[in-house]
Design a protein around this ligand. Structure first.
Ligand code: AMP
Length: 231
């Protein structure tokens, strides 16, 4: 009988089922691999919130809080913010009510100690890795535009806003992230390969790693993710 239901009904049922299961998903991948863009799509599909540690830190910098002041120099240099800072921040965030029925992590964990700390506080179901070659990433980053108010991400060619440099969601002005300059991007990629890529082995050993091609455009990446996650 379910086969006769309209597509919209099926989608909302799916959302509820996935939410009830409380799927806790990690998005892995180099900076610029498309984690933020995929997360904003999966929020709808899975009916759970997405948490970007990068967005929380950028917001703290914008508001000039003590957290922002201590994180800024690391971020501007393309380095990772110290583990104890981001782990504390993440713990506080996932303790909130909206994370009870699952969440998507975008940009956390980025080191093995972060993954170990996460394992102590949550049961992760899956780590989905977006595979994109470094040269593709370097090209992508120069066209990236972000909204510092709501965290939405755009690309001048691949995913432009309706009005140039204006956020579709909240109407704020879009900006180029200070750490998206070519030299900083290269440093961030090195940091990724050294410190974050080993997480693939960490989650593979737990039987939780799924990898998809993230270089075929936004729609293809969404399709691969839906298939890999069985949504
Ligand atoms: P993102 O927006 O995820 O690319 O993060 C931007 C920057 O924020 C990174 O280059 C790091 O400096 C910092 N950052 C975000 N998440 C983490 C994390 N989990 N661990 C350490 N630093 C982080």
């Amino acid at each position: 009988k379910t086969r006769c239901w309209p597509a919209s009904t099926r989608v909302s049922l799916n959302k509820r089922e996935v939410g009830d299961m409380g799927m806790k998903l990690i998005l892995l991948g180099a900076p610029g691999a498309g984690k933020g863009t995929l997360a904003s799509y999966l929020i709808e599909q899975m009916g759970v919130p997405s948490i970007s540690t990068g967005n929380i830190l950028r917001e703290a910098i914008k508001n000039n809080t003590p957290l922002g002041q201590s994180a800024k120099e690391y971020m501007d240099a393309g380095k990772l913010v110290p583990d104890e800072v981001v782990i504390g921040m993440l713990k506080e965030r996932i303790a909130k009510r909206d994370c009870k029925s699952g969440f998507i992590l975008d940009g956390f964990p980025r080191t093995i100690p972060q993954a170990e700390a996460l394992d102590e506080i949550a049961h992760i179901d899956c780590a989905l890795s977006l595979e994109v070659a470094d040269d593709v990433i370097e090209k992508r980053m120069t066209g990236r535009r972000v909204c510092l108010r709501c965290g939405a991400t755009y690309h001048v060619e691949a995913n432009p806003p309706r009005v140039k440099d204006v956020c579709d969601i909240c109407g704020d002005k879009l900006v180029i992230r200070s750490d998206d300059q070519a030299e900083v991007v290269r440093h961030r990629l090195e940091t990724y390969h050294e410190q974050t890529e080993p997480l693939k082995g960490y989650y593979e050993a737990q039987g939780k790693l799924k990898s998809i091609d993230g270089a075929q455009g936004i729609t293809a990446t969404e399709k691969f993710a839906v298939e890999a996650l069985g949504l």
